[in-house]
Design a binder for this molecule. Structure first.
Ligand code: GLU
Length: 280
C-alpha cells in the first residue's frame, strides 16, 4: 500500500510535540506562533472527523521560564515544582488557542503506575474513549509532579507510543527538531541520509540511533526508535517529522514523503502490560 492510501485510512492519530519545538531556544519562552499553527492543524484534523490526541511536553520548561530559573533544575523537588507551575500555564495557552476553533481540550496526566495497574489502566483507557467520543482533544503529559526517576517513563516519546497503544491509535506522529531518522548523526556526518521508510526495526538500526536507551547519537533518536517499536508492535504506524514546520503534519496525513515512516507490523504477542513490566 502506498503512503497516501495508508494515510487516507487513518482515523485515530496521536501527535507528540517536545519542549524544544514549543519554546524559543534563545529565551525559553513559549513559541506562540508554532503553538497556534499546531492547534489550528489539530482542530482541522478533528473537523475532518478523525480522533486526535496531543502528547505535549513543556511543563518543566514553561515553569522554569515563569520563575526565571535559567539553569535546568537538577533537584527533584524543584523540577516537580516547575512542572506543576508550567503544566497549568501550558494548558491555559492550549485551551485559549483551541477555543478559537471551538474545540474543547482535556488534560490527561499519566504516570507509569497508571499504566501498570490494571484498574488504573482500564480507567485511563475508558476516559480517553469517552473524551474522544465527546469530540474533545485530550492533551497528555507525564504527571511530572509525582513521577520520580524510578517510576517515570522518562521521555514523552515513550509516553506517546504507550498512549497510542492504549487507545488503539492507527498513527503516531512524533515531531522532532530533525527531519527524521538518518543513517548517521546529520549534525556531525555530512554523508548522513534520511531514511524514508523502515519496515522492521533491527538491532543494527537501533545501534544507528545511538544504542537502545542511550539517547545520544542522532538527537534523542534512540528514544524515538524504541517508541516506534512499541507503536508498530501495537499496530500503529509511526512517523518522525520536523516540528519546525507544523505543516509537516498535514503533509504526513496527505501521504507525502516527509520524515521517516516506521511501518506497523502488528505483533500478536504484544501486550502493553508485558512491555511496561519489563521496562520497570
Ligand atoms: N514531561 C516533561 C515536561 O513536560 C518532558 C519530558 C520530555 O520532554 O520527553 O516537561
Amino acid at each position: 500500500m502506498n503512503r497516501s492510501e495508508l494515510m487516507n485510512r487513518k482515523q485515530r492519530i496521536v501527535i507528540k510535540v517536545g519542549s524544544s519545538t514549543l519554546t524559543h531556544p534563545e529565551t525559553g519562552a513559549m513559541n506562540l506562533t508554532k503553538m497556534e499553527r499546531l492547534v489550528r492543524i489539530l482542530a482541522d484534523i478533528r473537523n475532518s472527523g478523525r480522533d486526535v490526541v496531543l502528547v505535549s511536553s513543556g511543563a518543566i520548561a514553561v515553569g522554569r521560564k515563569a520563575m526565571n530559573i535559567t539553569e535546568r533544575p537538577k533537584e527533584q523537588d524543584l523540577k516537580q515544582a516547575c512542572a506543576a507551575i508550567g503544566q497549568s500555564r501550558l494548558m491555559m495557552v492550549y485551551q485559549r488557542l483551541f477555543a478559537e476553533y471551538n474545540k474543547i481540550t482535556a488534560q490527561v496526566l499519566i504516570t507509569k503506575d497508571t499504566m501498570i495497574q490494571d484498574t488504573m489502566r482500564r480507567n485511563a483507557r475508558s476516559t480517553f474513549m469517552k473524551l474522544l467520543e465527546m469530540g474533545t482533544i485530550p492533551v497528555v503529559n507525564e504527571n511530572d509532579t509525582v513521577a520520580t526517576d524510578e517510576i517515570e517513563f522518562g521521555d514523552n516519546d515513550t509516553l506517546s507510543a504507550i498512549v497510542a497503544a492504549l487507545i488503539h491509535a492507527d498513527l503516531l506522529i512524533i515531531l522532532s527538531d530533525q527531519d527524521g531518522f538518518f543513517t548517521a548523526d546529520p549534525r556531525k556526518d555530512p554523508d548522513a541520509k534520511l531514511v524514508e521508510e523502515i519496515t522492521f526495526i533491527t538491532d543494527e538500526l537501533e545501534a544507528m540511533a545511538g544504542g537502545a536507551g542511550s539517547d545520544v547519537g542522532t538527537g534523542g533518536m534512540a528514544a524515538k526508535v524504541s517508541a516506534a517499536r512499541i507503536a508498530n508492535d501495537a499496530g500503529a504506524d509511526m512517523v518522525i517529522a520536523n516540528g519546525n514546520d507544523m505543516n509537516n503534519i498535514t503533509r504526513v496525513l496527505e501521504g507525502q514523503n516527509v520524515g521517516t515512516l516506521f511501518r506497523a507490523h502488528r505483533n500478536e504477542n504484544f501486550h502493553l502490560i508485558d512491555y511496561l513490566r519489563k521496562e520497570r
